[in-house]
Design a protein around this ligand. Structure first.
Ligand SMILES: [Zn+2]
Ligand SMILES: [Zn+2]
Length: 471
């Protein structure tokens, strides 16, 4: 075996498509030693893969540490299960992610508990597993290199996908050899309305590097996005209707409130129209945006619109029954959990009502099913059958992911790309995007990640791909 092949890293993805993000990384050193760590530990949300949630295809007690890119449950939601299965290492994330992760993990625990009760199966993990997991978090500042063990270091760089989100650079070293450099994009976006996202520093972009690249919107260019949210809200409220905006608790909820504030300020939306904001977790995150130390730009700290009322269990009934002109901003983003479960059945059969989904709606969720129901047809929501009279619209304009052209630009920013590993996309999307990377970026090599193959790499790129032994 050549000297180059005595120091290498195996990289494998446990997630086949978009959710359940988890990379297993195994560096092998010339002295025969091995390390073992993971990047992200997410919950599978596609119905097709829900069985994969139950276990890991590796021994959790052998994982030394875990790196987390951002606070979305499809990247963090199985951390408590990892603890339950024996993991006791540190969980490194940015400080903002470490601050917010307990909110997401306790909420996800509650949702999973409800689901397991409904299906008469045991819960995936206990509340104690959640609190023990939270104790393992180590919040790290942006742009400072952290030593994880004597051979591995990591640096978190700002990423516009979400507050606290990071691009993680992992550098693996061994005396007498040059470092192996890996960059994990997690979910990636080049900007965010709440904070500035500087370009990666030159020293990173000049490294001989392997980029593990997401591809959620790998087949859509930024020019294909159309802005419809403002016009829809204005049309509905000027007809004295009710506009309901479905939002994710973190990120999207705060963005929508800020967009409404801007519409009020430039006079397009009357400040007389009340805005009701419902969803406990969304309220908690909003409070952190206002009072916490998440790294939000000062001028964005005042993002709430006027005439805003926080709605809870006590005041919800009044909002549900009201016939007045109003805007409701509520969770969950896909309409399946949270107060949406009450608002949608109530408002779906009203004629002067607009229901607006502002993000991705996965297969099987209520938001997705409403898409295929014609106006005037009936729809079942749980055990309730309603006629769909409301307008239901979808917009992708707030997407927190870079589009294909923006990801290509990002990759072109590296001067010595040894390998791009495309992941976090639907099967066909990954393939189309990988082809585009070959054509337009032309790195030394491009690979597509799924559960079938893993990649053995060194500083100079791919050594070989090998089939994975997972199920
Ligand atoms: Zn995400
Ligand atoms: Zn993701």
């Amino acid at each position: 075996m050549g000297s180059k092949e005595r120091f290498y890293v195996d990289i494998m993805a446990v997630h086949p498509e978009v959710t359940g993000s988890l990379f297993m990384i195994i560096p092998k050193y010339p002295d025969g030693e091995t390390s073992r760590f993971i990047v992200d530990c997410g919950l599978f949300q596609e119905r097709e893969y829900s069985k994969l949630n139950e276990d890991f295809p590796f021994d959790a007690s052998k994982i030394e540490f875990c790196l987390i890119t951002h606070n979305h449950v499809d990247h963090t939601g199985r951390l408590p299960l990892l603890f339950k299965k024996g993991f006791r290492g540190n969980i490194y994330s940015t400080s903002a992610t470490a601050t917010m992760a307990p909110l997401a993990l306790y909420d996800s625990y509650k949702v999973l508990k409800d689901v397991s009760k409904r299906n008469y199966v045991n819960e995936l993990y206990s509340q104690a597993d959640v609190s023990n997991t939270i104790k393992l978090f180590k919040g790290c500042p942006f742009s400072e290199t952290i030593q994880l063990n004597n051979r591995i270091q990591a640096t978190f760089f700002k990423n516009g996908h979400l507050i606290g989100a990071a691009l993680i650079l992992v550098q693996i070293s061994y005396p007498g050899y040059e470092d192996i450099n890996l960059l994990f994009t997690g979910d990636y976006n080049k900007n965010n309305m709440f904070f500035d996202v500087p370009e990666l520093p030159t020293w990173v972009r000049e490294l001989p590097i392997i980029v593990i690249q997401e591809s959620t919107y790998g087949t859509m260019d930024s020019t294909e996005m159309s802005k419809t949210f403002d016009d829809n809200i204005i049309r509905c409220t000027s007809n004295e209707g009710t506009a309901i905006s479905m939002v994710f608790s973190l990120g999207r909820a705060q963005e929508i409130l800020y967009v409404l504030k801007c519409m009020q300020e430039d006079g397009r939306l009357s400040k007389e129209i009340p805005i009701y904001f419902d969803g406990k977790l969304a309220h908690q995150y909003t409070n952190l945006y206002l009072k916490g130390d998440l790294g939000i730009n000062d001028q964005m700290k005042n993002f709430l619109p006027e005439n805003l009322e926080m709605v809870d269990r006590g005041s919800r009934k009044e909002v549900l029954e009201s016939l007045a002109t109003k805007i409701i901003v509520t969770t969950s983003g896909m309409g399946t959990y949270g107060p949406a479960q009450l608002y949608i059945p109530e408002y779906i059969s009203r004629k002067n009502c607009l229901i607006l989904f502002t993000g991705y709606t996965a297969e099987g969720t209520l938001g997705n099913r409403l898409k295929s129901t014609e106006k005037g047809d009936v729809v079942n929501i749980g055990s309730i059958i309603r006629k769909k009279n409301a307008d239901v619209v979808y917009t992708t304009e707030f997407s927190a992911h870079a589009k294909a052209d923006e990801m290509i630009e990002f990759l072109k920013g590296f001067s010595d790309l040894k390998l791009v590993l495309v992941n976090h996309g639907e099967k066909e999307t990954k393939l189309q995007f990988a082809k585009r990377v070959v054509k337009e970026v032309d790195p030394k090599m491009v690979g597509i990640m799924d559960r079938e193959y893993f990649f053995r790499v060194n500083r100079y790129g791919l050594i070989r791909q090998m089939s994975t032994k997972f199920d």
